[in-house]
Design a protein around this ligand. Structure first.
Ligand SMILES: Cc1cc2nc3c(=O)[nH]c(=O)nc-3n(C[C@H](O)[C@H](O)[C@H](O)COP(=O)(O)OP(=O)(O)OC[C@H]3O[C@@H](n4cnc5c(N)ncnc54)[C@H](O)[C@@H]3O)c2cc1C
Length: 444
């Protein structure tokens, strides 16, 4: 599998992975196809995931700028077509209480409003006519240990107090009786506004809107070299793109040595997903699996799951450390065995689909939307595995930056992604964190 820390290109025209989403979503909408000639453009966007599509869509609709998107493989071939489809009012891994301590209440509220606006923008775009199998509202955060419930309750109190956020507290019995009988859960909090959807269909919806607004999308068109200058030259296999401004929207799929502006500032980490066979009515009853809310736990090394519209379970967690190990069935089987400890009646359940994708970690646990000094290269990345909704807001803010409009003064938009110290040893650090996480999750 492509490994962004080792490979210089994510490929060219690679098919979608054999995921549940790619199998059930039908046919991808049209795009402009491979770029086969040299072109001269105002704005080139590299990467056709949510970030690139949203930036292009907002540039066209709100600023009258018709960008060209260059995508190495297919629309949403990266994380945007592989994720779990959780729409949450959050991004990055920094907690609101840490933000409050670090930057004060006003900044924390400002960031919260941006995350909230991300969900609103997704909902608005869906409302314009994207059929992406939206499920019931609700996001359940389960305590994987007794002492974690207290932390969750404190979090719920903070969010109610600060943002008037509607958070429900559920005892273990309430959770088991009203939502699902998860044997690894010791209670939970439940937000009323998260939900699950089909992430690939969502991206295809954005693609349709973007093209309708005049955006040109070239799939199978990897940028393999980049000559920077007043006018940038992006080299692709069959054509050179001369661009006044370039947006890097490659997130966890950014190739090695791609551009100095983002070099050594992210850590791509594999997240693994399995989707099971459909549960029978008896299996659903045995687990009291009433809910199709999206669920995540409190572990440092998180597990997340949801019941899909066809009664399969999607279950996710960490994957291999390197691209070489990504397809080892060990990682999918490990998830299945954890799923079975949560739901013991499902001992005979099998995996139907398994795949993984590179999430993009930032050293300070926060996405950054930033630019170079010349104001002609821009990026948004570092969602830390939580970017389905916020990447759309980030794309909108990127568009404002490209169009030279003001954006809110927040650490998200005012500062660059910090560099990883000892960057060549990032994977060693990750390995260490996984070991620390295992100990923390088991004993503390
Ligand atoms: C398994 C998994 C589960 C996840 N679950 C959730 C979830 O439930 N909720 C949530 O909020 N977030 C989730 N995420 C994270 C979320 O999917 C991402 O934050 C989001 O999709 C990022 O979108 P993007 O457009 O920035 O990047 P991507 O969608 O990764 O797009 C980057 C694109 O850049 C292209 N590219 C790279 N290099 C080049 C080049 N040189 N030339 C041309 N094109 C190039 C790639 O081919 C790729 O298509 C998950 C991620 C994974 C992997």
């Amino acid at each position: 599998m492509y490994d962004p820390l080792h490979d210089k290109s994510p490929g060219c025209g690679e098919k979608y992975p054999d995921s549940y989403w790619a199998n059930i979503s039908g046919t991808a909408p049209d795009n402009e196809g491979v770029l086969t000639q040299d072109i001269d453009v105002d704005v080139a966007i590299i990467g056709a995931g949510y970030t690139g599509l949203s930036c292009a869509l907002h540039l066209a609709r709100e600023h009258g700028i018709k960008a060209h998107i260059l995508e190495a493989n297919q629309t949403a071939w990266g994380c945007s077509g592989r994720n779990a489809g959780f729409i949450l009012k959050s991004s990055g891994r920094k907690s609101f209480s840490t933000m409050q301590k670090q930057w004060g209440e006003e900044v924390m509220r400002g960031i919260y409003h941006e995350m909230e606006a991300g969900v609103q923008t997704v909902n608005d775009l869906i409302g314009e006519g994207i059929d992406c199998d939206v499920q019931d509202l609700g996001y359940i955060k389960v305590a994987h240990k007794k002492n974690k419930l207290k932390e969750l309750v404190d979090l719920a109190k903070l969010q109610k107090e600060m943002f008037g956020y509607d958070v429900q507290i559920l005892s273990k019995d309430e959770l088991n009786q009203q939502y699902m009988d998860d044997h690894n859960a010791y209670g939970a909090i439940r937000y009323q506004d998260g939900f699950g959807l089909n992430p690939l269909k969502l991206a295809w919806g954005y693609q349709r809107f973007a093209r309708k607004a005049g955006v040109r999308i070239h799939c199978s068109t990897p940028v393999t070299d980049w000559q920077e200058g007043k006018q940038h030259q992006l080299i692709t296999p069959l054509g050179i793109v001369k661009a006044k401004k370039v947006v890097i929207a490659t997130n966890g799929y950014t190739p090695k040595n791609f551009n100095n502006l983002v070099a050594d500032r992210t850590l791509p980490v594999l997240s693994q997903i399995i989707v099971t066979e459909p549960l029978s009515d008896d299996q659903i009853a045995a687990c009291n699996f009433l809910t199709s809310n999206v669920v995540m736990d409190t572990r440092a090394l998180k597990y997340y799951y949801r019941k899909l519209p066809d009664n399969r379970l999607l279950f996710g967690g960490r994957g291999a450390i390197t691209g070489k190990g990504a397809e080892d069935p060990y990682y999918a089987n490990r998830l299945l065995s954890v799923l079975k400890t949560s739901f013991p009646p499902l001992q005979s359940l099998n995996i139907a689909y398994a795949w993984s994708g590179w999430i993009c970690m930032a050293l300070d646990d926060l996405p950054h939307i930033y630019q170079n000094e010349a104001n002609n290269v821009f990026y948004s990345m570092g969602y830390c595995g939580s970017g389905v909704s916020f990447s759309v807001q980030a794309g909108k803010r990127l568009a404002e930056k490209v169009a030279e409009k003001a954006v809110p003064h927040l650490p998200l938009y005012d500062s660059a992604l910090p560099k990883f110290p000892l960057a060549p040893l990032r994977r060693v650090g990750q390995w260490g964190y996984f070991h620390y996480g295992k100990i923390k999750d088991t004993w503390f």
